[in-house]
Design a protein around this ligand. Sequence first.
Ligand SMILES: Cc1ncc(COP(=O)(O)O)c(C=O)c1O
Length: 387
Amino acid sequence: MTDLSDIRRRFPGLADGWSRFDGPAGTQPVDVSIDAVAEWQRSGNNANSHGAFPAAEACDALTARVSATMGELLGADPGGMVFGPSTTANMMALTRAIGSDLGPGDEIVCTALDHDSNVTPWVLAAGDSGATVRMAGMDPESGRLPVDAVVDLIGPRTRWVAVTGSSNAVGTIPDTTAIAGAAHAVGARVVVDGVHLTPHRRVDIGAIGCDVFTTSSYKWYGPHAGIMWVEPTLLDSLHAYRVRPSPATGPGRLQYGTPSWEALAGIDAAAGFLLETGMERIIAHEAATFDRLLTGLLDLPGVRVVGPRDAANRAPTLMFLVEGRSPLEVARELAVAEVAVWDGHNYAVEAMVPLGLDAEEGAVRAGVCVYMGDDDVDRLLAAVAAL
Ligand SMILES: Cc1ncc(COP(=O)(O)O)c(C=O)c1O
């Protein structure tokens, strides 16, 4: 069964009837995740971990449960799940730890397709340590990141490769498995930013072969939080910046202070929602909706679809421009029709100029997710056509 047309009911935030193409910046939470957050806060279990009374034990049990669920969702060892406030915060913690091990002559490869949370933390760590960041370019025509653009920069001095699992600007999905293989061949480690990939593909960290994988649950119908999987041996070997009483081993090394237990409860429920719904069903539903959006925009006079003009190997996210209107003007006009889209670079700052866009103004971004359907697409297309 692939029909998800009824699923909208499970998202109370959609009750106002708006068409929410802003999912790449944050989705509406699903009912079970909202309930799990509230239930946790009502439960009396708001305590802390490693204590000698039931509420404290409940915090430990919650951590074990959500780590196991995330392990199932991402195909990874649950022992590597680090929970933090956001992916950006997690990346700052990770790169600060890595940076203390880097020095002049060491190289980090980043890419132009990435969200800045997988670029600037590396640039800062390199600046502190004297290491060098090398930027892999993207293909301006296709909006894709060729494997060779990254692999050509990997050499004996490469220590880390940081690459996106999917572009949050134009949705393209680089071959991270091939990139991870090339990095490991020279002894380098690999971080995959999986924030935009996780809601739209079945992730298998084991198959990708990366050392670190990041995701943010508010992009897949859960609460605002970031989850970073770090291969457990690597996790224990990092020179983490940590306070003295924090755990000497395991995810607590990179978790700063008490985690948001209520967020953990919500993450567990949201990940459970993805698993129960089934990624194959989600992919099929989103592909059909995205196809209608992409072909509809390609058919509209005065509209330029930015990046790939096909739906192959990409998340259901695109950017477009309307002749004679700035992206912000388009977003404002669409808001009048109760269609939510983002304008600008959406933090994919390095990708804008290669895509032929103004670095700041960027383009209009529209993303399809599980609760978007044909009616939403038709409303967007009609609103754009009316401009
Ligand atoms: C691809 C990608 N990576 C990283 C991030 C940063 O996530 P967070 O807001 O959790 O720091 C985002 C957020 O938009 C994103 O789309």
